[in-house]
Design a protein around this ligand. Sequence first.
Ligand code: SF4
Length: 328
Amino acid sequence: MIIGIPRALLYYQYYPMWKTFFEELGAEVVVSSPTTQATLSSGASRVVADTCLPVKIFLGHVISIVERCDYIFIPAIRSVKRKAYNCSKFLGLPDMTKAVIPESPPILDIEIDINKGKRHLYQAIYKLGRHFIGNPVKVRQASLAAWQAHLKYQQLMSSQGLTPPQAIAKLSGEVELEAPTSIQATIALIGHPYILYDEHISHRLIHRLEEAHNKVLTPEMLTTEELESATTRLVGNAHWTYEDEVVGAGGHYLETRVDGVIGLMTFGCGPDSQMMDMVHRWATKLGATTFMSLTLDEHTTEGGIVTRLEAFLDMINRRKRRQIEVCA
Ligand code: SF4
């Protein structure tokens, strides 16, 4: 049995865990190729223009693998933390996909909602596992192996400073990582992984910063404790499931005084516009770090990004030069 996983949205958070679970149950996993303009165009052609860019791209990824798999895995992740809920787009993702991509193979649409308790979670996992095997003990073993894979993935990123694509490649034994040389500045990028690491959405922002000899830090390079405590300092209890990726990471990197923080979000995203505004206010209050937010959509051009980036790096360099003069 072949399970298709779209390389979009929560792929970057959970791919090693999902892959391990399905493979432990004897299935094969295929992943869609990295995003291109064709991926975006095909996804965008199925939904109204107001749909956010990451969802359009997700649907394009589904379309790209419909003929390569027996099932497509699309979980409806409602919450992974108590009293913090996910954006409504994630909740309706399996139903939306069925409605707009009728040619899709059957969708495995497990619901994850921590607020409904452990029993609901275990039942949802067993229900998913029963597509492959009737033995609940085997499903339990597969879910434990999957959880271990997830912990190892998170630990790899936070302890070795890897991005999700680097950690996934390392887990599959694919790459040699190069140590950065001659650092100009340390820049933190904050935002959801499906924006930061999708090179089509972000216009290769991480590579552009590294090519300009900057050290790039991202939310996944922090521990859960660091992210959660920064979120608590800024806003108290998190209201959104993935608030730590924006508010927690932004707060932490501003407080530790990296040279610059760039917030990435997509046009039309309600949760992100609120969260990014809180980080912006915190940056203004602390006043020690240059902050820029970029709102991306399908009309964002490479030229526009490069111009903003050059101006941002110029500001950081000028600020650093001034500090050196004052010290001298
Ligand atoms: S959080 Fe924003 S960008 Fe992400 S799926 Fe929801 S609306 Fe789209």
